[in-house]
Design a protein around this ligand. Structure first.
Ligand code: MG
Ligand code: ZN
Length: 230
């Protein structure tokens, strides 16, 4: 029965939006900037985060400021990789679900994120270009990753994510010489759905573009610091 199905989906999203607002309120009250990183599987989310943690850990007291929640249907491989890189990380397994939702994040906030210490929370969503874009988690920004190996036209085929992203990261740019990939065409597809979001090109492998990525992360965290009581 189609109308019933549509009503059910709307109520699922409405409930999620309500919980996401609660998460957003909690995170903002505690001065935690939150990024929701979304891409297809294999675009390089975990690799980028490994390199990010390693870089931040080089800078004195930075590691205490970053917490990572990583989502996959099953297994904790990504949490293990990130822990090895030096991250404070918790794995969320979604089992039958193909996206994280606000309730899953809400459950972790009070037991995992330490107010006053963590200034930045990065959520690595389940690899999927479709429904993670529809499920608000309470994040400050969605970050869309797109890898050069996926082809240029993904933004036009899956516009919702790229439209809602505050930042678009093109990953694996070191592979461009080996691929039939047109940066110009890819940019055209991105600009069709999102005329304004910055596009950051990087290679976690060679380190190209990593400085700009870190600059995006840390000033954000500082700017969101809760004001001192008067
Ligand atoms: Mg991953
Ligand atoms: Zn889903």
């Amino acid at each position: 029965l189609r109308p019933r199905r549509i009503a059910l989906e709307l109520s699922v999203l409405a409930k999620n939006d309500r919980l996401a607002s609660e998460n957003r309120k909690w995170l903002s009250e505690h001065g935690v900037k939150t990024l929701n990183i979304i891409s297809s599987p294999g675009a390089g989310k975990t690799r980028l985060l490994e390199r990010t943690v390693e870089r931040l850990n080089l800078n004195d007291a930075q590691p205490a400021r970053l917490a990572i929640l990583t989502g996959d249907q099953e297994e904790d491989y990504d949490a293990e990789r990130l822990r090895t890189a030096g991250a404070e990380v918790r794995q969320i397994n979604t089992h039958s679900a193909c996206h994280l939702d606000a309730a899953m994040i809400g459950k972790e906030l009070s037991t995992f994120v330490r107010p006053g210490q963590h200034r930045l929370l990065i959520i690595e969503n389940v690899g999927n270009l479709v429904c993670p874009a529809a499920f608000d988690l309470g994040e400050s920004h969605k970050v869309a990753l797109l890898s050069t190996t996926e082809g240029e036209d993904k933004p036009s085929k899956y516009p919702l994510l790229f439209r809602r992203a505050s930042l678009i990261v093109l990953t694996k740019i070191d592979l461009i010489p080996h691929l039939d990939f047109s940066l110009e065409l890819c940019t055209q597809h991105l600009r069709r759905v999102n005329p304004t979001a910055p596009i950051l090109m990087l290679s976690a492998k060679t380190g190209e573009g990593m400085d700009a990525w870190i600059d995006f992360l840390m000033p954000q965290a500082q700017r969101e610091r809760s004001p001192l009581p008067a």
